[in-house]
Ligand binder design. Sequence first.
Ligand SMILES: [Mg+2]
Length: 130
Amino acid sequence: MMKRVLIVDDSPTIRKFIGYVLRRKDYVTEEAEDGLDAMEKLSNNEIDLVIVDLNMPNMDGISFVKSLRNSYYNLHLPVIMLTTTSDSELQKEAYGAGINMFLNKPVQPDVLLDKIECLLGEGLDGKPVS
Ligand SMILES: [Mg+2]
């Protein structure tokens, strides 16, 4: 079954790049331009994993993850934070808010795809890991 990934970033260039990388591997992608937009997309779409930026207008990545984890239905939704900052305090704060993984931009497509597969519980052959 095709997995659906929500890409949340205020940069259209980043959204386009990540979307391209994922669709080549048969993921279905949705995009949101900030945390608020992402909350709305989450309530209207079946999403299997979220990739979220940190710095965004309206609602930043950490606030978004906090409000997402406040919802029972999104407690276990895998979230990757992808950001240019490598500030260890912000990283700690992001994990505290409930992200599953922290990655720095720019990210190698293969690395990103590996991490996504890992979080979705799929082995290299695409079968669930038991
Ligand atoms: Mg940004």
